[in-house]
Design a protein around this ligand. Structure first.
Ligand SMILES: [Zn+2]
Length: 431
């Protein structure tokens, strides 16, 4: 994808110093346990999750003021019933800002970035003790905030949502509620970027040039019929979330000199036997991926702040690399901006299989929104992890390639006049 000068310029506005100040502020609330205080007194005292929530809201409102009210700042509040990690019914609030698309049809399309603003320490029942959560997930919250600050200065045809959720440590409660709401209300969310533990924890074996990008293989929301087709056609590596991860890799190459960190794709839902908020969106059928630093330090996650046998425990500000978080924020911002600038993906993408033949014919429909100026067919060997070949086919809705569908995996994407391209769509067979 050709780098867009306006997007490059916006990436330069991402500030490690602002990110440091924001994570420092989040840490200053002492604890952001979902079950910690959120009454007016605690908010006034600047302690607990209620104070964090109010500060995040005021920060989004400040950015909105700076762009002439371009952001709609909203909350999604609900009461989570008592459960394993929630001793009594607890009010949980997700805070988000909407940068509405400028084109009425394309504004229905949404790309979203999220992080969780709640934190925890060693004890899931400790609602008062320090739980700084600088990296987990002050860093991801700071990414959502910084993307909002920087991208709110630009205009895009599609809508961008900057989200921060709570209840992650209790069982992905905030993201579950938000994703279900989006599904029920029929939101067209094309992409969810979940940033959780992107602080680049300062340790000897950290690689500050790499961020991991996790994506599901078999879609969580696939029906039995879809799973059957995936089995039959070798589609295990082609979920929509995985196409999103590949798109991030493309963006990383296009904006290599602006971003400062290289995405490393991991073809797995999440880290081994662990979870995060993108999963809540996957379960509702949305494409969603997770960004996490290259190497985690478990002394600095979910731990009471203390020193034992010379080891410092606790998720403290001093272990965060703010330049690294800024790089991850740039990669996120470039992905959001590219997708929000691009046309919607083509619809009804099919591979014709009526006759046995060694050529492959693909057909598709123009996406809604009228922004597709042309199309590209991309493909790769079945054993390759990323798209390898591109054929520009122009403003047509059908293409025949002299390549056997038995040997490659195809997809089709829509491209606008400036070269921004959509997520690719893998065809389904049509007789
Ligand atoms: Zn986390």
């Amino acid at each position: 994808m050709p780098a867009d000068a306006q997007i490059s310029a916006a990436l330069q506005q991402v500030s490690a110093e602002d990110i440091r100040a924001n994570i420092n502020k989040l840490v200053s609330f002492g604890t952001r346990m979902t079950t910690s205080a959120q009454d007016a007194d605690a908010v006034a005292a600047g302690h607990g999750i209620g104070a964090a929530r109010e500060w995040i809201r005021s920060e989004f409102e400040r950015y909105s003021k700076d762009c002439g009210g371009c952001l709609e700042v909203k909350t999604d509040t609900f009461t989570e019933p008592a459960a394993d990690r929630i001793p009594r019914p607890t009010v949980i609030t997700n805070v988000y800002a909407v940068l509405k698309g400028t084109d009425s049809e394309n504004a229905k399309r949404i790309v979203l970035v999220t992080g969780h603003y709640d934190s925890r320490n060693s004890d899931m029942a400790d609602v008062k003790g320090d739980a700084p959560g600088a990296n987990d997930d002050g860093s991801g919250t700071a990414v959502s905030l910084e993307c909002a600050r920087v991208l709110s200065k630009l205009k895009f045809p599609a809508t961008i949502i900057f989200l921060t959720v709570a209840g992650e440590e209790q069982g992905l409660n905030g993201s579950t509620h938000f994703a279900k709401m989006a599904k029920e209300q029929g939101w067209d969310i094309e992409a969810v970027l979940n940033n959780d533990i992107v602080g680049g924890n300062q340790s000897a074996e950290q690689d500050h040039s790499v961020v991991r990008v996790f994506s599901e293989g078999l879609p969580q929301a696939a029906t039995e019929k879809e799973i059957e087709r995936i089995r039959g056609l070798g589609g295990e590596n082609d979920s929509a979330s995985r196409q999103l991860a590949r798109y991030v890799a493309d963006v990383g190459r296009s904006y290599k000199y602006d971003v400062g960190v290289v995405p490393m794709l991991v073809f797995r839902l999440d880290r081994y036997l662990r979870g995060g908020d993108h999963y809540s969106f996957n379960k509702q059928g949305f494409s969603a991926i997770r960004f996490t630093e290259f190497r985690e330090d478990f002394h600095h996650q979910h731990q009471n702040v203390r020193t034992e046998n010379g080891i410092e425990y606790g998720d403290l500000l001093k272990f965060v690399d703010f330049d690294y978080v800024a790089s991850v924020a740039r990669l996120n911002a470039a992905t959001l901006a590219s997708l929000a600038s691009a046309p919607a993906p083509p619809t009804n993408v099919h591979l014709l299989v009526k006759d046995l033949e060694n050529e492959s014919t693909l057909t598709w429909d123009a996406p809604p929104g009228g922004r597709a100026a042309s199309y590209e067919v991309v493909w790769r060997a079945t054993t390759s992890s990323e798209w390898e070949h591109v054929q520009k086919v122009g403003e047509v809705l059908r293409a025949t390639l002299n390549l056997s569908k038995d040997n490659v995996i195809f997809s089709v994407r829509a491209v606008d006049a400036a070269g921004h391209y959509s997520l690719p769509v893998v065809p389904t067979p049509q007789r």
